[in-house]
Write a protein that binds this ligand. Structure first.
Ligand code: SF4
Ligand code: SF4
Length: 422
């Protein structure tokens, strides 16, 4: 089945519901921006021991070839996405209707993933998408990279993107190799490095569904996020192709998404190893399109997440697998599913995946309990984010705790509700 978490890593100031169609900041860089300067702005600390990552070491790929990760439970975990059964577990949130919805949510992204399985490709997860038609030939004139970036973001929003940012190609975050599932071995990376701009998109995930995590029902938020991501990525790639430029749409394949997303100004990296955006907190799925379309780049965004994570341990405390460190960012790695030589918070993907396997679905407790997981269409949550971006962030975290906002909702209640669950 499909790798769906980020490979263990993966990869303020303004509450943003009003501009959830772009990263919301002026595009100020062109393709010649120096990577080192942007590293500093993005808060990246890459040491001399840095080594690029091969997708073969992603824990989802390892769950096929590595006996230390693969188990009867992990095979069953994947099987639940394929085989309709009456009941996988008896608990609320794990019955037939929950799995029926979860698996339906994956349907679109699965169809595209399986299009070229005969060629040992899983597009969107292990290989770039190829379902883009040829363009008409000739290149559309570009007035300026800044204007093109503005138009691209407008088009992307129309095509369904929730957030869009642009940054430059950076080989460090590109996988050394792709992974061939059938052959169970590495295969060549398809990105050649000549597509110098990267369009990063984020799709929001359903907040109410995620409130039921852990459950098969909450997995529908993940699947629906991926299915929407697939449609949006292919549509944007087709738009760029129609303009006469090259575009390679990628989702979990080909490169780590989070470093590109941070540099493209979509959000900050959190202790739980996920991107935290001002618009949706950690409730996003990411995708990226590599292109030679001239585009101005966005600036990395800081809105206080790093400082909040420094003093918050909500995800660490809630993780049943003890996969999220409570310490300071470091270069310590847990196993080969962690990238080497980057100073950051690093989660233990093996522990996380083992928990998923035992649960028979993906987990997302760390997303549910994260204080940034809020509905920013509401002013009080925008006010909370503002507070968390100030030296009063301990007060913000205290408020979060006493309000009990991250508590689990019974999956049965989700089915009974008529709309948003208050
Ligand atoms: S809370 Fe769940 S999804 Fe998050 S790291 Fe722990 S086991 Fe993994
Ligand atoms: S739960 Fe707290 S520590 Fe974990 S990512 Fe969210 S804000 Fe950071």
């Amino acid at each position: 089945m499909v790798p769906r978490l980020l490979p263990s890593l993966e990869g303020g100031r303004r509450a943003a519901a009003e501009d959830a169609g772009s990263s919301g900041r002026p595009a100020v860089r062109d393709g010649s921006a120096a990577a080192t300067a942007t590293d500093e702005e993005a808060g990246f600390q890459v040491g001399p021991e840095f080594e690029r990552f091969s997708q073969r070491d992603d824990v989802f790929c390892r769950s096929f070839w590595d006996p230390s990760v693969r188990s009867h439970r992990s095979d069953m975990f994947y099987e639940t996405y394929r085989t309709p059964k009456m009941k996988w577990r008896s608990a609320d949130g794990f019955n037939r209707r929950d799995y029926a919805l979860r698996n339906a949510s994956w349907h679109v992204t699965d169809v595209f993933a399986e299009l070229h399985e005969g060629a040992d490709r899983r597009e969107g997860f292990l290989d770039p998408y190829t379902a883009v038609r040829e363009g008409p030939g000739g290149r559309a004139p570009v007035e300026s990279p800044e204007e093109m970036a503005r138009q691209l973001k407008r088009a992307a929003k129309t095509l369904g993107a929730d957030l869009v940012g642009v940054t430059g190609y950076d080989e460090r975050w590109v996988y050394t190799h792709n992974y061939a599932r059938e052959q169970e071995e590495e295969k060549p990376q398809e990105l050649s490095g000549d597509l110098k701009n990267v369009i990063v998109v984020a799709q929001s995930m359903d907040r109410d569904l995620l409130r039921t995590a852990p459950s098969a029902l909450s997995g529908a938020a993940t699947g629906a996020g991926y299915s929407r991501d697939t449609i949006v990525l292919l549509s944007i790639a087709q738009f760029v192709t129609n303009l006469g430029y090259r575009a390679v749409a990628t989702m979990n394949d080909s490169a780590l998404a989070i470093p590109f997303a941070v540099k493209a100004g979509l959000g900050e990296y959190g202790r739980h190893g996920l991107l935290i955006t001002p618009q949706f907190g950690p409730r996003v799925r990411l995708g990226k399109i590599f292109t030679d379309l001239p585009l101005a780049h966005d600036q990395p965004l800081r809105f206080g997440v790093e400082e909040t994570c420094d003093i918050c341990r909500a995800c660490t405390d809630a993780c049943p697998a003890k996969a999220i460190d409570g310490g300071r960012p470091s270069t310590v790695v847990h196993n080969r599913s962690n990238i080497q030589g980057v100073k950051k918070w690093t989660t233990d993907a093996e522990k996380c995946f083992r928990f998923w396997s035992n649960l028979n679905t993906d987990c997302a407790i760390c997303v549910r309990v994260c204080p940034y997981n809020r509905d920013y269409a509401r002013w009080r949550h925008r006010a909370w984010q503002w507070l968390a971006g100030t030296p009063l962030r301990r007060l913000a975290l205290w408020l979060d705790r006493v309000q009990g906002r991250g508590k689990r909702m019974a999956p049965g209640r989700w089915w009974e509700a008529g709309g948003d669950v208050a």
